[in-house]
Design a protein around this ligand. Structure first.
Ligand code: PLP
Length: 284
């Protein structure tokens, strides 16, 4: 496998960044994950838009022009022969003598791009059975709207989920409302077949899959309401699912010890998963 690091393509085993990279020392860094399907980047425009927003919120500059970055993503995919899988790209504030304060503005940002093939059949098989989630208090910082690599609370929570036989965690806020998953957005379906997901104004990352799924659901005349729901509401829901670039729509069949519906993936979740790529942007 090949990685792109600051202007060069290198074998992954030799790919490294400086020990004083601010991404390494301070998690002073942001990232994106884009699904690759049949050789096309899914929702690339929206992922680029969010990258630029994350960088701008942190006053980190784009490591190169957007069009040049798009070329690097494609070249990394090509060199790794990825046709179905994902591309990960990360930008840090760069390497500089360790200091909390920003380094001089001429410090070049660090750009790393990695690509990986993923077995679509495996993802579909997982979606056919659905996943279990556990719930935990949200102990993350207030700026989860920025897709930063400061993911330690997510790491610890997802590890706890794994220990309890679950695939994902759903964080909840101080009022008991679900915020989002450890690496996904959370959705439920009410008895009236309304899709509920938390507004992106607070407590969550504005997922690209979430945005595109709202387009799809509304196109198909489903009712989508952006409103927060509690853990209790989720446990009583008709259906539950999560969205993310690599998992697309993944049905949730169990929340803590509560089985959702009849314990199999819900009809709407299955339908949305089946139709997602008919509405998402695919760029070659
Ligand atoms: N929320 C969090 C915390 C995430 O880490 C992710 C993706 O990794 C998402 C939501 C889903 O975002 P997207 O659909 O853009 O992958």
């Amino acid at each position: 496998r090949i990685a792109y690091v600051n202007g060069v393509y290198v074998p992954l085993r030799d790919a490294s960044v400086h020990v004083e990279d601010r991404g390494f020392q301070f998690a002073d860094s942001v990232y994106e994950v884009c699904e690759v399907r049949d050789g096309a980047l899914v929702d690339e425009t929206r992922h680029m838009g969010r990258l630029k927003r994350s960088l701008s919120e942190l006053s980190i500059r784009m490591p190169m022009a957007e069009n040049a970055l798009k070329v690097v993503l494609r070249e990394t995919l090509r060199r790794n022969r990825v046709v179905n899988g994902m591309v990960y790209f990360q930008v840090s504030r760069g390497a500089a003598k360790r200091d909390f304060l920003f380094p001089s503005p001429d410090t070049p940002p660090t750009l790393v791009v990695i690509a990986r093939s993923l077995d679509r059949a495996k993802g579909d098989a997982g979606a056919a059975s659905g996943i279990a989630v556990i719930t935990l208090p949200d102990n993350r910082w207030e700026r989860v709207d920025i897709k930063s690599t400061g993911l330690l609370p997510n790491v610890l929570a997802k590890q706890k989920a794994r220990q309890q036989g679950a695939k994902e965690v759903w964080f909840f806020d101080e009022q008991g409302y679900v915020t989002e998953g450890g690496s996904s957005n959370a959705w439920i379906v009410t008895a009236e077949n309304t899709l509920l997901t938390r507004p992106a104004e607070s407590g969550i990352l504005r997922g690209i899959t979430r945005t595109t799924l709202m387009d799809l659901a509304r196109r198909d005349n489903m009712v989508v309401t952006e409103r927060a729901f509690t853990v209790a509401e989720a446990k009583a829901a008709k259906e539950a699912f999560v969205t993310s670039a690599t998992n697309v729509v993944m049905p949730v069949v169990k929340i803590d010890d509560t089985v959702i519906g009849d314990g199999t993936p819900g009809a709407l979740a299955r339908k949305l998963r089946a139709h997602f790529h008919s509405v998402a942007e695919h760029s070659v």
